[in-house]
Design a protein around this ligand. Structure first.
Ligand code: HMG
Length: 391
């Protein structure tokens, strides 16, 4: 009988933007009580992309340290998950492949289903590694979240990328087999091809998310998954951090558990540190929750973690991971904290100007102002092509 190796997340690296807008600044502009942001939705600040940053530069910045640590020899597949795509045909992953000098003997593809895409990528990657455990798959989640100015969604913007190296015998987390999956055709959040900013029915989207939590749990249980009590922590998709609490309380109630404050907080508190200051990073959000948990919680060796990945529209998946002995030696805590702390704070006028900026569509030469201090930038548009630069 052949031995099936453990497969999961071997390395995780995150990146975020050059700029940040504190919610206090937004509140002062629109006359909202800042408590609505800090407490009501659980957000302190949101990452704002510079003019020369996009999903490609964020993704390359997140993935570069993984290639530096592990090399690229065994990576034969790159999966790029996003819902803020820059091209209808070409995968954003091909630009990243080029910027990082990955081998030509590789396949690269882009996946989309709102915030859920990276979890599809992770599951597909596990299938590939199971077929050939010598191979590794680079899964990248990268998004810039943008809503209309002065809309209720505005306070839930953000931007970040997470790169995951998926392999056999993973150093961080083994992903277990049973998954609870759920799909429902709902119009809670969407972005037609002709729009920069998403359209959303905010309250409907919360209801749709909670319905998906129930659907996933039901299926997870039917697939022979763990009991709720087995989990040391719960990494939810966090469009705003309060949403994780709403979702968890809903799950506790659905499964017949107490839903008081203490119960709802258990296993969640340490998952919100990055999302709280970065904002909604769509596909990356649930894996930012994982980074926050691994870096902030007491020793989790051997413990089970639940993941709930939700993408509007809607598709969701609930699955479990177990934490590998020695995982702490492989974390990137200092680099991640630096990525968050190095951001330059914007005043409201500068944020608004960046928000209103859109890339020219006339196909002529347009150099992009140099704003990011990061290792990759979008240097120009030329002949309808994006020209990237590595520093
Ligand atoms: P809103 O309607 O302006 O806010 O927008 P609200 O009136 O519902 O207030 C929010 C909370 O703040 C409430 O708490 C208030 O009571 C509280 P809750 O009842 O929910 O517990 N509050 C205060 N608390 C303390 N002090 C105060 C105060 N004032 C009020 N002074 C909404 C909120 C989230 C709807 C809006 O920001 C929005 O539309 N965001 C975008 C949609 C979204 O994030 N949906 C989440 C679920 S869908 C999802 O996760 C998928 C997504 O990531 C996309 C994808 O999959 O691609 C979005």
């Amino acid at each position: 009988m052949s031995h099936t190796p453990a497969i999961g997340i071997h390395d995780l690296s995150l990146a975020t933007t050059e700029f940040v807008l504190p919610h206090a600044t937004l509140a002062a502009h629109n006359g909202t009580d800042v408590g609505k942001y800090h407490v009501g939705i659980g957000q302190r600040s949101m990452s704002v992309a510079a003019a020369d940053e996009d999903i490609v530069t964020l993704a390359a910045t997140a993935a570069a340290p993984i290639i530096a640590r592990h090399g690229s020899d065994r990576i034969r597949t790159v999966v790029f998950a996003t819902e803020s795509s820059i091209d209808q045909a070409k995968s954003a992953g091909v630009y990243v492949h080029s910027l990082l000098g990955l081998p030509s003997a590789s396949r690269v593809v882009e996946l989309k289903q709102a915030c859920y895409g990276a979890t599809a990528g992770l599951q597909f990657a596990i299938g590939l590694v199971r077929r050939d455990p010598t191979q590794r798959v680079l899964v990248i989640a990268s998004d810039v979240s943008k809503y209309e100015l002065d809309s209720p969604g505005e306070a839930t913007q953000g931007a970040a990328a997470v790169a995951l190296l998926v392999s056999a015998d993973p150093a961080l987390v083994t992903i277990e087999d049973p998954s609870g999956v759920f799909t429902a055709d709902v119009m809670d959040f969407w972005r037609p091809n002709y729009r920069d900013a998403a359209l959303v029915d905010g309250h409907e989207s919360i209801t749709a998310y909670l319905q998906a939590v129930e659907g996933c749990w039901k299926d997870y249980t039917e697939q022979g998954g763990r009991e709720l009590e087995d989990f040391a922590a719960f990494c939810y998709h966090q469009p705003f951090t309060k949403m994780a609490y709403k979702a968890h309380r809903h799950l506790l109630n659905y499964t017949g558990h107490a839903t008081d404050e203490d119960q709802a907080r258990k296993g969640l508190e340490q998952t919100t540190a990055y999302n709280n200051v970065i904002g909604n990073s769509y596909t990356a959000s649930v894996y930012l929750a994982l980074a926050s948990l691994l870096e902030n919680a007491d020793d989790l060796t051997g413990r089970a973690i639940a993941f709930l990945s939700y993408g509007s529209g809607s598709v969701a998946e609930l699955f479990a991971g177990t934490v590998t002995p020695g995982y702490r030696d492989h974390l990137r805590t200092d680099a991640h904290q630096h990525a968050v702390k190095r951001r330059t704070e914007l005043d409201y006028a500068a944020y608004r100007e960046l928000h209103q900026r859109s890339l020219p569509t006339d196909g002529s030469d347009h150099p992009i102002p140099e704003q990011t201090g990061g290792p990759f930038r979008l240097a120009a548009l030329r002949g309808h092509k994006r020209i990237y630069e590595a520093r």
